[in-house]
Design a protein around this ligand. Structure first.
Ligand SMILES: [Zn+2]
Ligand SMILES: [Zn+2]
Length: 684
C-alpha cells in the first residue's frame, strides 16, 4: 500500500505536500501551535474554483431566514468552498484557510456549537423533550423544542446553568456517520418526529447520515463545529418564543429558545451594551419622543406622515439638496405620481418590475399605475424636444415620490416603506462625458455625506460577469467603457473601493456608497448607476457634432437615496440631537418670570429676524422645568433671562452638550448661531 501525498495551498501562497488524511489541525500545528490554538475551523476551496473573493460583512444584513434548513442538513457542494472541522481528514489537494476566532465566519461556527450545547443541557434537564431545528443566526442561535409543559423563566435559568456545566466538561465535538436507515429507526423509536423529518427530507436512501456527538448528546447536522464545548466561552439565553412546527398552526407548538454566544465575556458584554444603545437610538422611538413623524393605521402601513418638527427638518434637507443641484448645473423637474400602463410597458417595468408595483387602476381612458421609479418620466422630458450634443450633459433632478409594493408585515419605520421620496436624477450624456459626470456624482455624494455629518463611507463597484453574456443588456464595448469610466472616476477621486464582479444590474454597472454611522453600521443610500437599456427602449437620441444621430448614455443617481430612509438614519446617527442647522427648534427661550415676557418677545423677534427657529416657553412653570423640557426635546440652545440679562440686553446661554455657558450680549449669540447654521456645523 502506498501513502498518497496531497498538496495543501495556503493563503500566503505556500504549498505543503502532506500525506492524505492529514487534518487542518495538524497543518495549523505545523505552522504554529498558537495558530492551532486560535483556530476554530478550516475553509477548503477546491483548486478548480477561483480564489474566493472577499465577502463583506454587512452590519445591516437581515437575520438569516431560520428556515434555511438545507444549509444545515443537506450535504455540502463538494465543488464549492466549504467550512470543515479542524479534525476533518483531508484526502484531496485543496486550498486551505484556517478560520480563527477573529474571522466573522468563526462566530457562526461558535453559535451553531452553542445551539448543540443548549440542546445538550435541555435534554439533561428535561429528557422527554424532542428536538427540532437549531441553527446559528446572524446575532446568535436558537433551538426549537417540543415539550408538553412550556419552559418557565426559572427553567431558562436552570438551562443556562446546565450549559455552563456542559461547557466546563469540555466535551469534544465528534463527527460520526450512521446509516440513514438506522438513524430513522432510532428517531422513530424515540418519537423524534422532527429529526426524522429532517433526515427524510435532506438525505437519500443509502446515504450515511452526518451526526455530531458531544458526550452523550448526538445531533443530526453537517457541521462544522468547534473542536470542543469548552471553546464556547461566553453564552447567554436571550428569550423564549412560541413557534409552530413547520410554521403551520395546525401542527404542535414548539418553544424556540434564543441565545447568543461569543469567544469572550468582553465581546458578549459589548454586544448587549450595543443592543441597549441601538434601542435608545431607534428612530421609531425618537420619532415619537420628538414628535417628528408617524405611521397611521387608518391610512395604511409604510406611508409616512411628517409632523411639523419632522417636516421642518425635511424642508432644510430638501432646500439644501435643490440648491446644491442648481449649483452643480442640474435642471429641476417635477413629474406626476401615476402614468398609463403603456409607459411602464415601454420602460419594461410592467414586465420585470411589476411585482414591486402597486396594482393597476382602471380609469375611463386607460389603465394607470403608480410610479415605482422616476426614470421613464425624466426620459419623456428628454424626448420632448430634439437634442444636440450642445444640450448634453442634460441632468434632470427631482425629489420624486415613488410607491413600491412591500408585503404587509415587512415595513419598518422610515427604513422600509411603501411610499418614499427619491432625490433622483438622470444624466443623459455622450460616452465621452461619462467619466467627468461620474466624478461629479461621486463628488456630490461625498458632499452630502460630509454635510450631514458622516465622516466615513465605503464604496463598492459592481461590474458584470462577461462569461454570462445572455444576462446583460448592452454591447461589450459599452460595458467595458462604462466599467472603465467608473474605475477611472474612482481613481481620479482617490477613493478606495471594492470591486464586486457579477453584481451589476442587467442594464449596467454601478457604484454604491455605504455610509458608516456613529455606531459603525453601514447604510446603503447613495448609488450611481449606468443604464444601456432604457435609452435603447425609448430610442433616445441626440445629433452629434458629425450631424448624425447617436444614442446618449444614461446615468441614474440618488444620493440621499430615499429622503425617508436618510432621515431615519440621521435620527439614529444623532440620537435625535440634530446639528443646529437641522434642529427643528434651534433656540428655546426661558424667561425666569412673567415680568420678563416682554423681553422674551423682543429676543424671539430678533432671533426670528436672523432666520433662527425659536420657541418661547411662557408657561407659568419653574425655570428648571422649562429648561428640562427643552433639554428633553434635545434643543441645541436654551437661552435663560431675568432682570440682569434684561437690563444688559443679554442672554444666559445653555448648550445641549456643554450646559451653562454664562451670559453674553444677545447680538453676540445671534452672530455665533448664524455662523454655525451657515456652515452646517455639528458643533455648538
Ligand atoms: Zn450541528
Ligand atoms: Zn432612474
Amino acid at each position: 500500500m502506498c501513502t498518497q501525498t496531497i498538496a495543501i495551498h495556503l493563503p500566503d501562497g505556500a504549498i505543503r505536500e502532506v500525506p492524505s488524511g492529514t487534518t487542518p489541525l495538524e497543518i495549523a500545528n505545523s505552522i504554529s501551535p498558537r495558530l492551532a490554538a486560535a483556530s476554530v475551523a478550516a475553509r477548503l476551496t477546491p483548486l478548480a474554483v477561483p480564489q474566493p473573493k472577499d465577502v463583506d460583512c454587512c452590519c445591516q444584513a437581515e437575520e438569516k431566514d431560520p428556515s434555511a434548513e438545507a444549509e444545515m442538513y443537506a450535504a455540502g457542494d463538494a465543488a464549492a468552498a466549504r467550512l470543515v472541522d479542524l479534525s476533518t481528514p483531508l484526502t484531496e489537494s485543496t486550498r486551505l484557510a484556517l478560520i480563527t476566532e477573529k474571522d466573522p465566519e468563526a462566530l457562526h461556527v461558535l453559535r451553531h456549537s452553542a445551539a448543540h450545547v443548549l440542546a445538550t443541557a435541555v435534554l439533561e434537564l428535561f429528557p422527554d423533550t424532542k428536538l427540532g431545528h437549531g441553527p446559528a443566526t446572524d446575532s446568535g442561535f436558537f433551538y426549537d423544542f417540543h415539550r408538553e409543559t412550556p419552559f418557565t423563566p426559572d427553567d431558562l435559568v436552570l438551562i443556562e446553568a446546565k450549559m455552563a456545566e456542559v461547557i466546563a466538561r469540555n466535551e469534544p465535538f465528534q463527527h460520526e456517520f450512521i446509516s440513514r436507515e438506522k438513524s430513522l429507526e432510532d428517531f422513530d423509536r424515540d418519537g423524534d418526529f422532527m429529526k426524522a423529518h429532517f433526515v427524510t427530507k435532506f438525505t437519500k436512501p443509502g446515504d450515511n447520515v452526518s451526526f455530531y456527538r458531544n458526550g452523550k448528546f448526538v445531533d443530526f447536522c453537517r457541521g462544522p463545529h468547534l473542536p470542543s464545548t469548552g471553546r464556547v466561552k461566553a453564552v447567554k439565553i436571550t428569550n423564549l418564543a412560541g413557534a409552530y412546527w413547520l410554521g403551520d398552526e395546525k401542527n404542535p407548538q414548539l418553544q424556540r429558545v434564543y441565545g447568543t454566544a461569543f469567544f469572550s465575556k468582553k465581546d458578549l458584554d459589548a454586544h448587549f451594551a450595543r443592543l441597549e444603545e441601538l434601542a435608545k437610538r431607534d428612530h421609531r422611538l425618537i420619532g415619537k419622543q420628538l414628535d417628528l413623524f408617524s405611521i397611521q393605521e387608518l391610512a395604511g402601513p409604510g406611508l409616512i406622515f411628517w409632523h411639523p418638527k419632522g417636516a421642518i427638518i425635511r424642508k432644510v434637507m430638501e432646500d439644501w439638496m435643490r440648491e446644491e443641484c442648481l449649483r452643480r448645473n442640474y435642471l429641476l423637474v417635477y413629474t406626476p405620481h401615476v402614468a398609463r400602463i403603456n409607459l411602464w410597458q415601454t420602460s419594461g417595468h410592467e414586465g420585470f418590475y411589476a411585482a414591486n408595483m402597486f396594482t393597476p387602476m382602471e380609469l375611463d381612458d386607460a389603465t394607470y399605475r403608480m410610479k415605482p421609479m422616476n426614470c421613464p418620466f425624466h426620459i419623456l422630458i428628454y424626448k420632448n424636444s430634439p437634442k444636440s450634443y450642445r444640450d448634453l450633459p442634460a441632468r434632470y433632478a427631482e425629489l420624486g415620490n415613488v410607491y413600491r409594493y412591500e408585503r404587509s408585515g415587512t415595513m419598518h419605520g422610515l427604513l422600509r416603506v411603501r411610499g418614499f421620496t427619491q432625490d433622483d436624477a438622470h444624466i443623459f450624456c455622450m460616452p465621452s462625458q461619462i467619466e467627468d459626470e461620474v466624478v461629479a456624482c461621486i463628488d456630490f455624494a461625498e458632499s452630502v455625506l460630509h454635510t450631514f455629518g458622516f465622516k466615513e463611507f465605503k464604496v463598492e463597484l459592481s461590474t458584470w460577469d462577461p462569461t454570462d453574456r445572455a444576462h446583460y443588456a448592452g454591447s461589450d464595448e459599452n460595458w467595458n467603457l462604462a466599467v472603465n469610466s467608473l474605475k477611472h472616476a474612482l481613481d481620479r477621486k482617490g477613493i478606495a473601493y471594492k470591486t464586486i464582479p457579477g453584481e451589476a444590474a442587467f442594464y449596467g454597472p454601478k457604484i454604491d456608497i455605504k455610509l458608516v454611522d456613529v455606531l459603525g453600521r453601514l447604510w446603503q443610500l447613495s448609488t450611481v448607476q449606468f443604464d444601456f437599456n432604457l435609452p435603447a427602449r425609448f430610442e433616445l437620441e441626440y445629433v452629434g457634432e458629425d450631424g448624425e444621430k447617436h444614442q446618449p448614455v444614461m446615468v441614474h443617481r440618488a444620493l440621499f437615496g430615499s429622503v425617508e430612509r436618510f432621515f431615519g438614519v440621521l435620527i439614529e446617527h444623532y440620537a435625535g440631537a440634530f446639528p443646529l442647522w437641522l434642529a427643528p427648534v434651534q433656540v428655546g427661550l426661558v424667561p425666569i418670570s412673567e415680568r420678563h415676557h416682554e423681553y422674551a418677545r423682543k429676543v424671539e423677534a430678533e432671533l426670528k429676524a436672523a432666520g433662527l427657529r425659536v420657541e418661547v416657553d411662557t408657561r407659568n412653570e419653574k425655570m428648571n422645568g422649562k429648561i428640562r423640557d427643552f433639554a428633553n426635546q434635545k434643543t441645541p440652545y436654551i437661552l435663560v433671562f431675568g432682570d440682569k440679562e434684561q437690563e444688559a440686553g443679554a442672554v444666559s446661554v445653555r448648550t445641549r452638550a456643554k450646559g451653562d455657558q454664562g451670559s453674553i450680549p444677545l447680538a453676540e449669540f445671534i452672530a455665533k448661531a448664524k455662523a454655525l447654521v451657515a456652515s452646517q456645523s455639528t458643533e455648538l
